[in-house]
Design a protein around this ligand. Structure first.
Ligand SMILES: *Cc1c(COP(=O)(O)O)cnc(C)c1O
Length: 354
């Protein structure tokens, strides 16, 4: 794949690192690749960051055919830049595309897209503690017709955004509401694809939780509303009686790269990890008898996010006295240590950007 580069005539001023939030500031350029049945993926280009122009009948606007990814590039002390496990995102994007009948993109080509854009925008990768450049690839169906079919035209775009430290004043445990009405996904649905529609359907429960002072929702399975699935945009793990337990990938849960990395780190440190079904009854019992020792969410944005309080059907449970647990802290330190190059990358997870 050849990527044409059209540089922006004027560059934006870089924001001060301490004012960076999440996904509010975008860099000077974006990458676009078009797809149609005849030419396949073609006209890969990096252009100045600007609004997209799409046909009002474009598939994505009516039928929500859209998938996305999220990964980060980190600047190390020596100034070099590395992405974290980018090939995992490439592969998951293609799996999501398969589910939505969007076209596959060659793995090397997609990786080259990530790399070329980050390399051009390298001055935007912040260096302050806890900051990184968030990379958001997305793909959408772009047929110019209201007919409902598997799409014949698609657009692949990458935008990048410098993001601040997720934790402003140290790691603060979050309060999570267990949702017993709305469900996020069912087996056979789109839960294991990273698609925009999953988020559209989860906003109502998220809004209700926020109104009650909770930061995110913990979802139960869509059939029996009995088994734990995941938290908002993160997978979830519990330490019960010394063992780390996380819901197994059942078809309705997003297979997180942070989840996978946590499991690999925990096992390498000798922790017992179980991927299995966990019922809300088992969790409630562990909360009541005190065997729930730690709980945390894991995902690219926060890396590891301790859960300090869980609420289920108006009952409140405090986890580990509302403080971050030992294993949660160890996981956070290990993963971020590898990401920022403070610890050796014994797993070979970091990918240098020239
Ligand atoms: C992206 C995402 C995650 C976390 O995946 P990572 O690869 O670890 O960032 C978890 N759940 C949902 C619903 C997601 O969209």
């Amino acid at each position: 794949m050849e990527i044409r580069i059209e540089k922006a005539k004027t560059l934006k001023e870089k924001p001060i690192a301490s004012t960076l939030g999440f996904g509010k500031v975008f860099t000077d350029h974006m990458l676009i690749v078009d797809y149609n049945e005849k030419e396949g993926w073609h006209d890969a280009r990096i252009v100045p960051f600007a609004n997209l122009s799409i046909h009002p009948a474009s598939t994505v606007l009516h039928y929500g055919v859209e998938i996305f990814e999220g990964l980060k590039a980190y600047r190390r002390k020596d100034g070099s830049i590395r992405m974290f496990r980018p090939l995992e995102n490439v592969r998951r994007m293609n799996r999501s595309a398969e589910r939505m009948c969007l076209p596959q993109m060659d793995e090397k080509d997609m990786l080259k897209c990530f790399e070329t854009l980050v390399s051009l925008e390298k001055d935007w990768v912040p260096s302050e503690n806890g900051t990184s450049l968030y990379i958001r690839p997305f793909m959408f169906g772009n047929d110019e017709t209201l007919g409902v079919h598997a799409v014949k035209n698609a657009t692949f775009v990458i935008i990048t955004s410098p993001v601040g430290s997720y934790y402003k004043e140290g790691i603060n445990p979050v309060k999570i509401m267990i949702e017993s009405d709305d469900v996020r996904a069912v087996r056979g649905g789109t839960g294991e694809a990273k698609c925009g529609g999953n988020y559209a359907a989860s906003n109502r429960a998220g809004k209700r939780a926020e109104e009650k002072g909770y930061s995110q929702v913990l979802w139960l399975d869509g059939v029996e509303r009995k088994y734990i699935e995941e938290v908002g945009a993160m997978n979830v793990m519990f330490k019960i009686n010394g063992t780390v337990v996380t819901p197994m990938l059942s078809g309705s849960i997003l297979p997180g790269i942070t989840r996978k990395s946590c499991i690999e780190v925990l096992k390498s440190k000798g922790y017992k990890v179980e991927e299995r079904r966990i019922s809300i009854d088992e969790l409630a019992k562990a909360m009541e008898d005190g065997t729930l020792e730690e709980a945390w969410g894991c995902g690219t944005a926060a890396v590891v996010s301790p859960i300090g309080e869980l609420c289920y059907q108006d009952k409140h449970f405090t986890v580990n006295g509302g403080k971050i647990g030992k294993v949660t802290q160890e996981l956070y330190d290990t993963l971020t240590g590898i990401q920022w190059g403070v610890l050796p990358d014994t797993f070979g997870w970091t990918y240098p950007v020239k």
